[in-house]
Write a protein that binds this ligand. Structure first.
Ligand code: SF4
Length: 164
């Protein structure tokens, strides 16, 4: 299974707790003003790699705590993201997704995204809003974004924020 990516960082400490492999998916439709990764917007840009390649990169580093999918918009490629997330979770690591969609919209299309959500621990939702930008927000770019505990939110059928 293939996915279109912009970049991979193999030792990130800013995209979630601990040391993480961060995969920047290529392609985004949100066009947030002040976006830090405009090179990830082109839906036909970046490079195509296999999900197995990402898994190899992940498992070759024994120091990692988990994987983060950022972008770009990871939820435009839900199948390969779910495939990788499942394999990573199976081995006891955690999974974080950054998305420009808000949780309420994702849940409206739950059937399209349940494969991804099943294997995601934390979903950081919502567009980047430049006016709400802050450097004091752990792992988030702007104050509107929420770090959502996915399994609890699905279970209780309401947003439960992830606790640090
Ligand atoms: S969702 Fe992320 S990548 Fe897409 S435009 Fe907004 S900040 Fe940029």
């Amino acid at each position: 299974m293939d996915l279109r990516i912009s970049d991979i960082i193999s030792d990130s400490i800013v995209d979630g707790p601990g040391l993480r492999l961060t995969v920047f998916l290529q392609g985004c439709i949100h066009n947030c003003k002040g976006c830090h990764n405009p090179e990830t917007h082109n839906l036909d840009g970046g490079i195509i790699v296999s999900a197995e390649y990402i898994l190899e990169k992940f498992f070759e580093n024994p120091l990692l705590d988990g994987i983060t999918f950022s972008g770009g918009e990871p939820l435009l490629q839900p199948e390969p993201v779910a495939f990788i997330a499942e394999k990573v979770k199976e081995k006891g690591f955690n999974v974080i997704i950054y998305t420009g969609f808000v949780w309420e919209k994702i849940i409206e299309k739950k059937d399209d995204f349940i494969g991804v959500l099943k294997y995601t621990d934390i979903l950081i939702d919502g567009p980047f809003i430049e006016e709400l930008k802050s450097y004091d927000l752990d792992f988030k770019g702007s104050a509107n974004q929420r770090a959502i505990d996915v399994s609890k939110s699905l279970f209780y059928n309401k947003i439960v924020l992830w606790k640090y």
